[in-house]
Design a protein around this ligand. Sequence first.
Ligand SMILES: [Zn+2]
Length: 46
Amino acid sequence: MEKDVVCGMEVAKTSEYKSAVKDKTFFFCSTECKAKFDANPIKYAR
Ligand SMILES: [Zn+2]
């Protein structure tokens, strides 16, 4: 499982909601969380 860094939920790696930043792929529970992440990846990606 991966952690959705936006809301803190556990998300399966098979989730269709994901974004790649640098060398890391982030997974999300929903399109809303992905949109929040994509709007400000620096805030979440660390
Ligand atoms: Zn989420």
